[in-house]
Design a binder for this molecule. Sequence first.
Ligand code: TRP
Ligand code: SF4
Length: 326
Amino acid sequence: MATRIVSGMQPSGSLHLGNLLGALENFVRLQAQHECFYFIADWHALSTNFEDTSNIRFYVREMLIDWLAAGLDPQRSTLFIQSHVPQHATLFLLLSMITPVPWLERNPTYKEKQDNLEGRGLSTYGFLGYPVLQAADILLYKGNFVPVGIDQLPHLELTREITRRFNSLYKAIFPEPQALLTEIPKVPGTDGRKMSKSYNNTINLSDTEAEVRAKLKTMVTDPARVRRTDKGNPDVCPVFTLHKSVSSPAVIDRVNRECRTAEIGCIDCKALSADAIIARLTPIWENRRKLEHQPNLVDEVIATGTQRAGAVARQTIEEVTDAMKI
Ligand code: TRP
Ligand code: SF4
């Protein structure tokens, strides 16, 4: 049987270059060899955004457009929206019956997020149960591998524990899913920290060429290189880190040499990295433009994906309820 890949993304805004290089390109590669189920986790988005839901539908659609523009192929992969397949909620409920609360309370991302987002009322039942919903997402499709970033490992471990508990309590119907850790390149944002929506330092797939160039101009560099004639140290410069993710070996090599001797200045160096990013994003922009003029196509992709995912999900729920004798 083919290996099944399952993964989801929360629709929390426009996708950025870090998402593209870290996750999306990997999703695209995997679909050539495996049966892939990729979904937009809009219920998960509610766990932290339940007070203001005004953007969720818009972000869901934008994310689907970004996915298609970046090369996810609805013929090869099943692309869908979590809330359109209500069996996710059914399995979430059933799994919640066998999941001890202490397993959830000791989840490191739970405590961490609760501290970080203090004052946003994250003492909800749904937020605590976030990993159970994630387990349901994966098990519903009997996923073998789950491409995720390292931050998701605790959630994956919980999924595996819940899987083992289900299999031993009732019937071994689920494979134990494994994380497929992608080598996530460190993509710095314009302020030098990790590129992240919450830091407001991103280059988005929906940016224009002019926006990309303007953002690059503001990017921080080696702080010790003040004047054009100062020699720089690329090893401490976020622009160089970015080059390593997006530029050709020849350009990386050139910057690495010419920065140290002050042959190249920061303005030119940044322009080179903007060129590389723009070359990377141009085909995505072209696809995006086409998709924006074909709203029906986006709707069709969603309908087809929902149908395909729903068929598998219904089958699994039948097996689950049989195993549980309810
Ligand atoms: N929790 C994941 C994230 O924040 C998103 C997600 C939801 C997910 N359900 C999933 C990822 C199932 C993999 C599999 O990135
Ligand atoms: Fe950074 Fe490039 Fe300037 Fe060197 S030349 S300090 S690598 S921006």
